[in-house]
Design a binder for this molecule. Sequence first.
Ligand code: ZN
Length: 217
Amino acid sequence: MIQKLVDGVHAFQSKYFATHRALFRRLAERGQHPETLFITCSDSRVDPNLITSTKPGELFIVRNIGNVVPHVTVPGGTAAAIEYAVEVLGVTNVIVCGHTHCGAINAILNPETMDRLPFVKRWLAQGERVRAIVAERYGQLDEGARMLAAVEENVLVQLENLRAFPNVADRLDRGVLSMAGWVFEIGSGDVFEFDPQTGQFASIAPSSIPPPAVPCE
Ligand SMILES: [Zn+2]
């Protein structure tokens, strides 16, 4: 596995880096000026730069289990990254991106699965609110639909938590910062964004994904 990564570094250097030297030189000399703070899950199937077709220097990325924004009173790496992105980098967009088949959301809905994982359990105790919302509003749904609802509600709870940061709230009020809630659907590659007008998540570009060349079975 390590050799695979080393080979990957070599391939990066001889291909991507070789054709983007000016970009990396500019990033090294002038620093980073990303416009977007992208908060997403640690899940290996979610690749922020890949799914947004962005290059190095464009996304300031925070990843943790379950794309959680801890309550504003809880210090930690995520809060520090939000503060830095907003105060120092001056990002103008924040995206919280959840994803389908999220192990963290499954654990929030089924806390007994975390019995042997004390750190995960403590981290995801922050998902109590999501569990309560799902129990209250989506109890009648089947498991798959309930999972998706939980993924979506989790994104909305994190947007609310973001708004509790005074520097975020101030910039939202002044219209110099915008926030969006996304869900990445792993199996289809589609991205759904929360629309506050309808209260629903809707596909960002439903017609942009070409159908498979060979019909799926
Ligand atoms: Zn996840």
